[in-house]
Design a protein. Structure first.
Length: 150
């Protein structure tokens, strides 16, 4: 209980999202990104609620923290890293400008069967890394953002 109280009151718990965002060294390159994988759950708290996140992307500092949640999620054995892969793909999409479109009222954007949509935690959606047309077009339109030249 003490760890929960410390986490809820501030950023003392080692897996607090604020710790990852504020205390992870910035990595700001024009065409590179630092990816931090953690087996720890990522605590997300505010003044009113205490919940968890699977990952976070910060386009301004070019880093991603992504949780390997497969160790506690139940799924069949054909895709042992389905949750981790989907979370990482989801966070990479944010670097290309894709926005989450779950819990939105806008029908034209809110395709639920997308890794950024309402059904993003459905095993079939995340296992196949389903991406809706709107999100595909955002990634395609921003595909040159990290273009490497030799």
């Amino acid at each position: 209980m003490q760890a929960h109280v410390a986490c809820f009151k501030g950023t003392y718990q080692h897996n607090n999202l604020n710790y990852f965002v504020n205390d992870t060294p910035a990595y700001n390159a024009s065409n590179e990104c630092a990816v931090y994988l953690t087996a720890s759950s990522i605590c997300l708290n505010s003044a009113e609620e205490h919940k968890f996140a699977f990952g976070v992307a910060n386009p301004s500092t070019m880093f991603i923290v992504s949780q390997d949640s497969d160790y506690f999620q139940y799924h069949d054995d054909d895709s042992p890293y389905a949750y981790a892969i989907s979370t990482l793909a989801h966070e990479i999409g944010h670097l290309y400008g894709v926005k989450d479109h779950y819990n939105l009222d806008t029908i034209t954007v809110n395709n639920p069967n997308c890794i950024w949509g309402d059904n993003r935690e459905s095993y079939e959606i995340l296992k196949s890394c389903t991406i809706c047309t709107v999100c595909k077009n955002i990634i395609k339109n921003n595909s040159e953002k990290f273009h490497h030249t030799s």
